[in-house]
Design a protein around this ligand. Structure first.
Ligand code: SF4
Length: 362
């Protein structure tokens, strides 16, 4: 669910590589393997997104699609939301969970979730406290709240059936461009431009010859992803799945495994250009330790385990920094992820004298 600011969701190894990204050694291929020796490829129309990339010499897009789909057919992970039996609802839930959270952590939670709430109507009727408990440690728990709102809207407006079509999907609470496209492609098997951080990275390297995608999802990247999408429906679905998996497992952010990549031998532009370093990333990265996100996670863990937490228990989470604790308590209340315990009353919640209210799950 597109509740976290992102340039395409981070699914699996979505972090940006540092300047020292390394790559397995592979022989450079600058000639199309299909071209006879001694010939050069005829001039092709410019590929969108590569006009400003002097080094870009990427593979023939048709060959790239072919090779990626063939690789996926051999190596794709067997995941339950990819099963032919998976429902559109199950796929939507998986897409929401996989944003910001790796497969290994999502898998047990997804299985449990689908057992408890196999249809949108079941989740719509569930107590919100149970929904937040079941979300467990997947992180960014507002996604759980938005997923329940989404289920309720599917029941209210669509008879309990996940609607078809990107526009209708995007009208659901919390469903943004990425999730609508992913559900359209993977659940309804329709043509859609699916772009997550993994796909952006593969296209940036293989076609644009860059170590990294643009800082934020750019018009050039959108144009390239649209251009690369096969016209034929089934093939477009296969391409979306395959290139996403390639970015998750092979063309990873920190250590691209070019020796195992189907695009290495057909002219990956980044490899052909000598693997240029990324532009320096000047953004400052805050470590997780000591952040409000960490404190919010600790408070939510307490509420999941105990059901409620008295002010003293909350204060004990960081006696050195009561202001941070209070700030996080207030933000959880504002987000609807926690409620004030009845004993504490509304007065404590509204108090601005630094006194902490007791909290419970909503
Ligand atoms: S697309 Fe393949 S060959 Fe190119 S950088 Fe990524 S892993 Fe290496």
């Amino acid at each position: 669910m597109d509740v976290v600011p992102r340039a395409g969701p981070a699914r699996e190894a979505g972090a940006r590589p540092g300047a020292g990204a390394v790559c397995d050694t592979v022989p450079r291929v600058t000639r199309s393997p299909t071209a006879p020796k001694g010939t050069t490829r005829p001039a092709a129309p410019a590929v969108p997104g590569t006009e400003d990339d002097a080094a870009a010499a990427g593979p023939d897009l048709g060959a790239m699609i072919e090779a990626t789909i063939a690789w996926y057919a051999e190596t794709a992970r067997d995941l339950p939301w990819r099963s032919p039996d998976a429902t559109a609802w199950g796929i939507l839930v998986s897409e929401v969970m996989l944003q910001q959270t790796p497969v290994v952590r999502v898998l047990p939670r997804w299985l449990e979730w689908m057992q408890r709430w196999p249809e949108p109507a079941a989740l719509a009727d569930a107590p919100t406290s149970e929904v937040l408990r079941a979300w467990d440690r997947l992180g960014y728990p507002r996604r759980a709240l938005r997923l329940q709102e989404c289920a309720r809207e599917i029941v209210r407006a669509h008879g309990g059936v996940v609607p078809r079509g990107e526009e209708r999907l995007r009208s659901l609470p919390g469903i943004g461009e990425y999730t609508a496209a992913a559900v359209t492609a993977f659940a309804h098997h329709d043509r859609a431009v699916v772009v997550d951080t993994n796909i952006r990275r593969v296209l940036a390297r293989a076609v644009r010859g860059r170590a990294l995608p643009d800082r934020s999802y750019s018009a050039a990247e959108r144009a390239l992803a649209t251009h690369a999408l096969p016209a034929e429906r089934e093939r477009s679905v296969a391409w979306n799945q395959a290139v996403m998996e390639l970015g998750a497992l092979v063309c990873t952010a920190r250590t691209p495994r070019c020796a195992q990549c189907p695009l290495a031998g057909i002219g990956c532009a980044w490899v052909a250009a000598g693997r240029p370093e990324p532009e320096e990333d000047t953004r400052r990265r805050q470590s997780f330790e000591g952040t409000d996100r960490q404190m919010r996670g600790r408070i939510m863990a307490l509420l999941r385990e105990q059901g409620a937490a008295a002010p003293a228990m909350l204060a004990a989470l960081d006696p050195e920094d009561p202001v941070r604790v209070e700030r996080c308590v207030r933000s959880l209340l504002a987000d609807g992820l926690a409620a004030v315990t009845e004993e504490a009353g509304e007065a404590a919640a509204a108090s601005d004298d630094g006194a902490l209210p007791g909290l419970r799950l909503p």
